[in-house]
Design a binder for this molecule. Structure first.
Ligand code: RB5
Length: 140
C-alpha cells in the first residue's frame, strides 16, 4: 500500500521506527518529515501528509506527534481526509469500520512502539463496514 508518513519532533523517533516497520511489510512509504529531532510545527507536517491522501498520491496517511491530537486536528481540515487520533487497537478497528479513517494520528509519547505497530497492523488491514455507516461518513 502507498502510505504517506510524517511526524513532528515529539514523534520523530517512533516515525523512523515505524517507517522501517512498514517498509519491512512491503509498503511503499513516502516520508514527509520531519528529518531530525529539531522542533517543527505539527500542522506543517500534517498538511503534507493529508495533502498526499487528499490528492490520491497515498492511500493512507500515518502521523505521529506527542499525543496524536494536534496532528489529527490539522489533518482533518484537509478536504477528503478523515483523520483519527488512535491510542488502542480497538479504536483502530472502529476508526476503519465505522469512520473509514484514511489518516491515523499516533502518540509517540504515550503509546510504545510495539503497541503502535499493532495499531498500524489493524488500521491497514481493516475494511470500512459501509452500510449504515456510509451515509454518516458522507455527511462529514
Ligand atoms: C509538541 O510538544 C506537542 O505539542 C505535539 O507533539 C503534539 O502532541 C500536539 O498535539
Amino acid at each position: 500500500m502507498k502510505i504517506s508518513l510524517g511526524s513532528d519532533h515529539a514523534g520523530f523517533e517512533q516515525k523512523e521506527q515505524l517507517r522501517a516497520y512498514l517498509e519491512q511489510l512491503g509498503h511503499d512509504v513516502c516520508d514527509r518529515g520531519c528529518y531530525s529531532e529539531d522542533r517543527v510545527d505539527y500542522p506543517d507536517i500534517a498538511k503534507l501528509v493529508a495533502g498526499d491522501v487528499s490528492q490520491g498520491l497515498a492511500e493512507r496517511g500515518v502521523l505521529v506527534c506527542g499525543t496524536g491530537i494536534g496532528m489529527a486536528m490539522a489533518a482533518g481540515k484537509v478536504h477528503g481526509v478523515r483523520a483519527a487520533n488512535v491510542t488502542s487497537q480497538e479504536f483502530a478497528t472502529l476508526s476503519r469500520e465505522h469512520n473509514d479513517a484514511n489518516v491515523i494520528a499516533l502518540s509517540g509519547r504515550f503509546v510504545d512502539l510495539e503497541e503502535n505497530e499493532r495499531i498500524l497492523d489493524v488500521f491497514l488491514a481493516t475494511d470500512f463496514a459501509g452500510g449504515r455507516h456510509a451515509g454518516r461518513v458522507d455527511k462529514i
